[in-house]
Design a protein around this ligand. Structure first.
Ligand code: GTP
Length: 358
């Protein structure tokens, strides 16, 4: 079995984080998100992975190389212009030998891929789509199906009161190779909006694989923070101990759950937690308070600063006594002045992608 992981999106909703780091490399518990997805594929015995990329691809290729360190084979196919979620799949056609998975690159889930393979083999459709139930489907693609699982309709982002179902497309598909023949070449094609409806219109069968797994799309700041909270509490099973405090030099107070990498310094009188992740080399000054936040590598927090519900990218600093309000997102290498007050929901960052090494 092979898998295509879609990693070519610009990640506009995570800006300014994605001006310096492409979305698949955004860290989840201090490791690139894509590493988590590849670990999951490897655990399911799927080691032949194709990555259609386009936005800041060097960051991905340099980190994962040919995949051999993970015991996997990774093939990169770089798009000059974004081809969309189906166009990207069509573009890697030459590498696909049989049935294959397509994974949306920003979904964090506990889905068991082996069980999904067994379901698809039993149903014998042209494909199986992973669905999950959500309270409010209005921001997602609803998928309507009969009792035997056969899909009858797709409804994109319905009004909440008009939603035909609470089951949504969860971004993992297992498809027969014949699907590739149904995707046009050379232009941007959406798998959700164009290819799946076309498969149904031509009388072919797609089946719904609905599970109650943990599932979250980490492509938005709040969901990114939620995902960390869920991992820290153990709600999302990731191979980490909840409440882990790591090996930092902790002279202040930790309110679990907190996760940190090596070489972290928390000065006396500082208070970190709950629900905080600190990347490598972070420094938290005395009297500072941080809760419900994710700080990437080498973030410096000044004395008496207060950070609540924020994401702060690598190399940034928060000055002494500054206050960072809930929902704030700070890009790479930013300097927040001493005593600055950032209102909830602030965005601090460059206005365009950072230059990349050639
Ligand atoms: P937003 O700009 O915030 O919507 O993020 P995005 O650009 O990543 O789009 P979206 O979250 O809808 O994409 C879903 C998945 O498909 C992500 O894993 C993207 O990386 C991927 N993706 C989206 N468009 C393309 C594309 O044109 N080519 C490739 N290769 N991947 C894509």
């Amino acid at each position: 079995m092979q898998a295509i992981v879609l990693v070519g999106g610009e990640g506009t909703r995570l800006r300014p984080l994605t001006y310096g780091t492409p979305k698949p490399m955004v860290p989840i518990m201090n490791a690139p998100f894509l590493a988590r997805t590849l670990e999951r594929l490897h655990a399911a015995g799927i080691d032949d992975v194709i990555l259609p990329a386009g936005y800041m691809p060097q960051a991905i290729t340099e980190y994962f190389g040919d995949g051999s360190q993970l015991g996997m084979k990774i093939t990169y196919v770089i798009e000059d212009v974004p081809l969309g979620t189906a166009g990207a799949v069509k573009n890697v056609e030459e590498y696909i030998r049989g049935p294959f998975f397509v994974l949306n690159g920003d979904v964090l889930t506990s889905l068991n891929l082996r069980e999904m393979i067994a379901y698809h083999e039993e149903k014998k459709g042209l494909g199986a789509l992973h669905l999950i139930k959500v309270e409010d489907p209005s921001a997602f693609g609803c998928v309507v199906h009969g009792e035997n699982g056969r899909i009858s309709n797709f409804v994109e982002k319905p009004k909440r009161e008009e939603a035909p179902t609470d089951e949504i497309n969860a971004g993992t598909y297992l498809l027969e190779r014949a699907v590739l023949d149904m995707i046009p070449t050379g232009r941007n094609v959406s798998i959700e909006r164009e290819t799946f409806p076309k498969i149904l219109a031509e009388g072919n069968a797609l089946y719904a694989y609905t599970t109650d797994d943990y599932w979250i799309d980490v492509g938005r700041p709040q969901q990114y923070l939620d995902a960390h909270r869920h991992i820290l509490s153990g709600e999302m099973p990731l191979q980490l101990e909840p409440g882990l405090t790591g090996q930092g030099n902790v002279q202040g107070m930790i309110i679990a759950p907190v996760h940190m990498d090596g070489d972290v310094l928390i000065e006396p009188g500082a208070e970190v937690g709950p629900n905080v992740v600190l990347g490598e080399g972070c420094r938290v000054g005395s009297g500072a308070k941080i809760c419900d936040s994710v700080l990437w590598d080498h973030v410096i927090v000044g004395k008496g600063a207060q950070i609540e519900g924020a994401i702060i990218a690598s190399g940034s600093s928060v000055g002494d006594g500054a206050r960072v309000g809930r929902g704030t997102v700070v890009g790479h290498d930013m300097v927040i002045e001493a005593n600055a007050v950032l209102a909830p929901g602030s965005r601090v960052g460059p206005v365009a992608p950072l230059a990349q090494a050639p």
